[in-house]
Design a protein around this ligand. Structure first.
Ligand SMILES: [Fe+2]
Length: 200
């Protein structure tokens, strides 16, 4: 089935499908949705500075909005836990990239988004998850979202900890260049944030 039609023969477009999917995440977990919107802003801004193609920017936009869609498959007692997770709970949470990729799998128009969702927690040194990809084996757009994701997470309050200052978060990113993050993209990201926030 390529499309869903109503009496007026209006096809369910991929955009409408994406909006419905995004709304599912917003309803399931408002914090994750708000995080994804902020991650999208940082990721697209970096993509524009790197002069990516229109198509890549579109993929970055959709990939960032949906990077954590798999969290709709994570239990509330883990997703909403107000303190640090146990090792077992963390293992459950770490399944969200694979759950997200399964959710998108039936929509062939989103084939190019799946690698972003699946690999946004890989680390440049190969110590991330789910597949321990290393360096440039990690899809390029996933490496951008990894930076935006980490910066947004560090500078936001969580149920179990207070937000870091942007300055502190940038220092953490710099420490992780070549480890968690792509050094080239990481330097570009730090420069971009410093230019946007002149207090840094
Ligand atoms: Fe994630």
């Amino acid at each position: 089935m390529d499309s869903v039609t109503d009496g007026n023969d209006k096809a369910l477009s991929i955009n409408q499908f994406l909006q419905a999917l995004a709304m599912t995440l917003a309803v399931r977990n408002k914090d994750t949705w708000e995080h994804s919107v902020q991650v999208t802003k940082y990721a697209v801004r970096l993509g524009l500075r790197l002069e990516l193609s229109v198509e890549e920017i579109k993929q970055l936009h959709i990939g960032a909005l949906l990077h954590d869609i798999g969290k709709i498959g994570i239990r509330d007692d883990i997703l909403l836990k107000p303190c640090a997770l146990t090792e077992d709970e963390y293992c459950q949470l770490k399944k969200h990239p694979e759950i997200g990729s399964k959710i998108l799998e039936p929509a062939s128009a989103l084939d190019c988004i799946i690698p972003i969702v699946l690999h946004h927690h890989e680390h440049f040194d190969g110590k991330g998850y789910p597949q321990k990809l290393r360096g440039e084996k990690i899809p390029f757009l996933a490496r951008i979202i990894s930076l935006a994701d980490a910066f947004e997470a560090m500078t936001s309050d969580r149920l179990y900890r207070k937000a870091m200052t942007p300055q502190h978060a940038l220092e953490e990113i710099q420490l992780q260049l070549g480890r968690q993050f792509d050094p080239y993209l990481g330097k570009a990201f730090v420069k971009m944030i410093k230019e946007v926030d002149f207090t840094l």
